[in-house]
Write a protein that binds this ligand. Structure first.
Ligand SMILES: Cc1ncc(COP(=O)(O)O)c(C=O)c1O
Length: 407
């Protein structure tokens, strides 16, 4: 890949041509430009929260900063935070991790790259969810692997993994499985049976698993079982943990990898080479988040649940839209096949732009979460209700309803 800068030709490393990105950021830019022209925008495209980080977390971080906790720390993270994370995961997952199984990271996202950097050899294959968080595919391919997509389909009350397709994709070169229960973008939550089947496949084909639990704290009903709780899984799994969503801390950049010690040690060595350590005083906020008063995150959850209920009811009243009510995450992934047909388009971007222009409702589409497979006759878009208040949800979706009723 050759590009001409002002002064000379720059030859980028070949691997750069394999690095993906989050195309959803372009939707934010487009929505901002549309708003800048004086138009009303209803921001359902943002996977971020407009809710506050709980005050006790903010206070603990300030205290740490004032107390001079501003120097370098261990590349593994603060011992107290590592212990708190191990205890927290053990309590909910029934595992027996110690602090030695924990690597603190600047967010959940860096866990993805380090997992593959530590384990993947050129030509190895990795299964990943598609639609799914786009960074899995990007990091698999960047590190020289082959990304094998697996999909979801509409089940009785929510999306379910197409397990037959997942297992069909496996070859002798397949070494990894990326699994994201409480899934972005579908809101899918695996039943106990589905989890057991996924674990069975991982054991049978000797796969190392990256278990992305970014939304494990955004649950409105009963606590979900983790894949890592099932027999034989803790030894072959790294959990991606993040404070981002559970504690409304997306911009703080605090997360962790939790897994077998030798792999955590290898990833910690990558951390020395990469970021040295995670921000020291923010880790004190993390300790408070895990061990302190939980009322702030509970309040945020109650607000999100109310938004979900309003959005799902309204979406299901819109001609051409059909939407599940997920018990977790802050995403809705309605089937819009009928709506797109009514507007005479099969093109996701044309549909998205038309709805934005006519109603101000801004969302991302299935196309922002991995390349759609050849045979996907059903069409979906993703609406996030984490960054928009309930009155705006109501107003925006009523506009969408009026527009679709006229179509
Ligand atoms: C499924 C999933 N995994 C990981 C992340 C990354 O989280 P963080 O902000 O902690 O890096 C996100 C963020 O949106 C996500 O949706």
């Amino acid at each position: 890949m050759s590009v001409v800068s002002n002064s000379r030709t720059l030859d980028f490393a070949q691997r750069m041509s394999r690095l993906g990105t989050e195309t959803a950021f372009a939707v934010s830019a487009e929505a901002a430009a549309f708003a800048g022209e004086g138009n009303k925008v209803y921001p359902f495209h943002i996977g971020d929260l407009n809710l506050p980080t709980p005050e006790n977390i903010v206070a603990a971080t300030h205290d740490a900063m004032r107390a001079g906790k501003t120097g370098y720390g261990s590349n593994y993270g603060l011992a107290e935070l590592r212990a708190a994370l191990a205890a927290n995961i053990n309590a909910s997952h029934g595992t027996s991790y110690t602090a030695e199984n924990v690597l603190v990271q600047p967010g959940g996202k860096p866990v993805i790259g380090k997992f593959f950097l530590a384990l993947l050899n050129s030509g190895d294959e990795a299964l990943y969810p598609n639609p799914g968080y786009p960074i899995y595919e990007s990091q698999i391919e960047f590190n020289g692997g082959k990304a094998l997509p697996y999909g979801y389909r509409e089940g009785a009350g929510n999306f379910e993994i197409d397990l037959a397709q997942l297992e069909r994709a496996i070859t002798p070169r397949t070494r990894f499985l990326v699994f994201n229960n409480l899934q972005n973008p579908t809101g899918a939550e695996s039943s106990r049976t589905e989890l057991e089947q996924v674990a069975e496949i991982a054991r049978k084909h000797d796969l190392m698993v990256l278990c992305d639990e970014a939304y494990q704290g955004i649950v409105y009903g009963a606590a979900p079982t983790s894949l890592v709780s099932l027999p034989g899984m803790a030894d072959r799994t790294v959990i991606l943990y993040t404070f981002s969503k559970t504690y409304a801390m997306t911009g703080w950049r605090l997360g962790a990898a939790i897994g077998p010690k030798p792999l955590i040690d290898a990833m910690a060595k990558l951390a020395v080479n990469d970021e040295s350590c995670t921000n020291t005083f923010i880790q004190y906020g993390g300790i408070e988040a895990l061990t302190g008063d939980q009322s702030g995150s509970r309040n945020n959850l109650a607000i999100l649940e109310e938004r979900r209920d309003i959005a799902v009811d309204l979406l299901n009243s819109i001609p051409g839209f059909r939407c599940f009510k997920p018990g977790s995450t802050f995403y809705l992934f309605p089937n819009v096949t009928g709506a797109m047909a009514a507007l005479g388009t099969e093109d996701y971007e044309a549909f998205r732009r038309l709805v934005l222009k006519e109603t101000g409702v801004s969302f991302t589409t299935r196309g922002h979460f991995g390349r759609p497979g050849q045979s996907e006759p059903q069409r979906y878009v993703r609406l996030a209700y984490s960054g928009i208040d309930k009155d705006q949800i109501h107003e925006g979706l009523m506009r969408l309803k009026q527009f679709m009723t006229r179509a």
